[in-house]
Design a protein around this ligand. Structure first.
Ligand SMILES: O=C(O)[C@H](O)[C@@H](O)[C@H](O)[C@H](O)COP(=O)(O)O
Length: 231
């Protein structure tokens, strides 16, 4: 049974503010202790407003590296680009000094680019400090989709690779995703979801009534684990 510390709120504004505070505290603590912090954030529609609040926190951002948990393989200018969302929402205000490491490589297809991006993420062999993940109603997290071919290998804790190309059957776009091992070594892992339906689905997964990648990732995670949720 995976146990998460639960931070539950009735309003989105409250959870956004609380998670921004939580993440900023842990990032600044990492910079103080180790001189650097690594922040991994999910894409999708949930994190934007929280990232905007986080961007205003007085963290030593020039020592913070930011990357996505996964990327849709689309041009950077596309409105579906997770990187574009992070550039807009997080890399502004105080956080404009942070360094974004891209999971995308223009001019290459995702499969061919996997090696290039794996090399780019060598620093991730150390534990990322804060990992903020979302969840889909099918229990996917990052782009670790239950329906994806080869998903078992991407959830394998002994898998060597940090990234993989995924072609989900239930969502658009080829994806580049961090694998479970790249995520689960996080010192502080947060699952950030909203709405009663996703909470109900998560509770079934945590109770072992439904298997899903998000449950595997949370179970394998070795650090602090927290759920941030609002209605
Ligand atoms: O690229 C993506 O879409 C995300 O990384 C993905 O894992 C997301 O976190 C979930 O699909 C939830 O998305 P919403 O926040 O839009 O519900």
């Amino acid at each position: 049974m995976t146990v998460l510390t639960e931070y539950l709120y009735s309003a989105r504004e409250q959870v956004n503010s609380a998670l921004a505070d939580f993440a900023a505290d842990r990032l600044q603590d990492a910079v103080r202790k180790r001189g650097r912090a690594v922040l991994v954030v999910s894409g999708g529609s949930t994190p934007g407003p929280m990232l905007e609040l986080l961007s205003r926190h007085e963290v030593d951002w020039k020592h913070v590296v930011v990357l996505l948990s996964d990327e849709r393989w689309v041009e950077r200018g596309s409105e579906r680009s997770n990187e574009a969302m992070v550039q807009t929402c997080l890399l502004q205000n105080a956080a404009a000094e942070a360094r974004l490491v891209s999971l995308y490589e223009p001019g290459m297809d995702a499969q061919s680019a996997t090696g290039t991006i794996e090399k780019r993420l060598e620093f991730l062999r150390e534990r990322p400090d804060v990992v903020i993940l979302g969840m889909g109603e099918d229990g996917h997290t990052a782009s670790l989709f239950p329906c994806a071919d080869g998903i078992e290998a991407l959830l394998d804790p002994d898998r060597a690779g940090l990234v993989a190309r995924v072609m989900p059957k239930t969502a658009p776009d080829e994806r580049m995703t961090l694998t479970a091992p790249a995520l689960t070594s996080a010192r502080h892992m947060v699952l950030f979801i909203t709405g009663s339906l996703k909470l109900e689905i998560l509770q079934k997964i945590l109770a072992g009534m439904k298997t899903a990648p998000v449950g595997t990732v949370l179970q394998q995670a070795s650090g602090e684990k927290a759920l941030f949720w609002a209605a």
